[in-house]
Design a protein around this ligand. Structure first.
Ligand SMILES: Cc1cc2nc3c(=O)[nH]c(=O)nc-3n(C[C@H](O)[C@H](O)[C@H](O)COP(=O)(O)OP(=O)(O)OC[C@H]3O[C@@H](n4cnc5c(N)ncnc54)[C@H](O)[C@@H]3O)c2cc1C
Length: 364
């Protein structure tokens, strides 16, 4: 059946790329339409893959944890398709704090989740000074909680690997702004017919679906995130510094350190602001004073796709239209898994997880 199906995927972020990849692998005829708008979340996202300390909504936690657990399988699949330069690195993660109490609370939570999620790896408290040994710019007195399963990615690299691999399986890519026009979409005035459409347009998903007369409560949460350079440092093997630390920090190969990020309700205002950068720099100076001499490289802006209740939209919107968006602050973790579920729905298959909590019909 997949071989005869024509599917249009709207969007060019990690969710759309994953949907396109899984669809193309199954033999569907896929066209990915990407508008190239400023501020896609995937291009700005920090890249932390370490969801196991999340305390919020359980359905969102399970989705993110499934997503983190899916990465090794995905990487193996991509390697089989010739894509090995994914940037994924299991460098471990450190929660850091001045006091032991918040770290002990997270340790207890992680231990309660370890049997269901063995990919969490080893978990253990480390004393004052140990975090600085692992991530030298940190303040000397910080204590830590080590999580060996923590990993990081560069969202751009994973997205590009997925899209290239999708093309290798026959997917086509098109630049343009799509709007639903069933059966299929219009792209800048021209019609593209399809048996199914996957709308994975991140924070812009409501606009894509508006022609159906459906108002989806999804929009942008702006994040400003700072990149600096620490020449000569072995940043590629540094662990990810995660909450309760504020800001979080990541090392990438080549002396790059990334920290952030703001969470702002500023609409699609694609600007680096004094207030945003100032707040991030002040917070970084406190937790990582060793970055004082680092060179400022760039501030990236991304619009996190945020829904009214914080849960993603994942399911059938109407006959032949699947929506997959709204992963908010954890879309680099959950995005590939979300895209795979959307691909299954488009092919008339059962996704490998319970998507009921994410049904877009909950807002109708
Ligand atoms: C600062 C920041 C830090 C983050 N850190 C992390 C992190 O550490 N870990 C984590 O797991 N997640 C993180 N995230 C969240 C994650 O980046 C997002 O949830 C995820 O990238 C969303 O992917 P997406 O594919 O849904 O949307 P996007 O990446 O935003 O892609 C949407 C795409 O749709 C396209 N589009 C829109 N309208 C149309 C149209 N009409 N036609 C065609 N194309 C269209 C846009 O051009 C865009 O490319 C972070 C996000 C930000 C902003």
């Amino acid at each position: 059946m997949a071989a005869s199906m024509r599917v249009v995927v709207v969007g060019g972020g990690i969710v759309a790329a994953s949907a396109a990849y899984h669809l193309a692998r199954e033999g569907a005829s896929v066209v990915v339409v990407e508008a190239g708008l400023p501020g896609p979340a995937t291009s700005a996202g920090a890249g932390i893959i370490c969801p196991w300390g999340d305390e919020g909504d359980d359905a969102c936690y399970q989705l993110a944890a499934d997503g983190a657990g899916y990465y090794p399988d995905l990487l193996a699949m991509l390697a089989g398709d010739g894509e090995t330069d994914t940037s994924y690195a299991r460098v471990g993660a450190l929660c850091v704090a001045d006091e032991p109490a918040p770290l002990e609370a997270i340790e207890t939570l992680l231990q309660s989740r370890q049997s269901a999620r063995p990919e969490i790896g080893d978990v253990g408290l480390v004393g004052p000074g140990e975090p600085k040994r692992a991530f030298p710019p940190l303040a000397p007195g910080l204590r830590g909680l080590w999580i060996s399963g923590g990993a990081r990615i560069d969202g751009r690299s994973v997205r590009d690997c997925l899209l290239r691999a999708a093309e290798r399986h026959g997917a086509q890519r098109m630049r343009g702004t799509a709007a639903l026009d069933l059966p299929g979409v219009t792209v800048d005035g021209g019609h593209l017919s399809a048996d199914a459409v996957v709308v994975a347009a991140g924070a812009w998903t409501a606009q894509v679906c508006a022609p159906l007369g459906i108002k989806l409560p999804i929009g942008p949460q702006r994040g400003q995130i700072i990149h600096v350079s620490v020449p000569g440092a072995g940043t590629g093997s540094w662990p990810v510094i995660v909450p309760p630390a504020d800001p979080y920090l990541l090392g990438f190969p080549g002396g790059r350190v990334v920290f952030g990020a703001t969470r702002e309700n500023a609409g699609f205002d694609y600007r680096v602001t004094v207030g945003g950068v100032g707040a991030m720099l002040a917070a970084a100076a406190k937790i990582a004073p060793g970055l004082a001499e680092a060179t400022l490289l760039e501030t990236r802006i991304g619009f996190r796709p945020a829904t009214a209740d914080g849960r993603p939209l994942l399911g059938m919107l109407t006959d032949g239209v699947i929506v997959a968006a709204g992963n908010g602050p954890e879309g680099l973790t959950a995005g590939p898994w979300t895209g795979r579920a959307a691909a299954a729905l488009a092919l008339g298959q059962q996704p490998a997880m319970d998507i009921a909590p994410f049904d877009p019909a909950r807002f109708s």
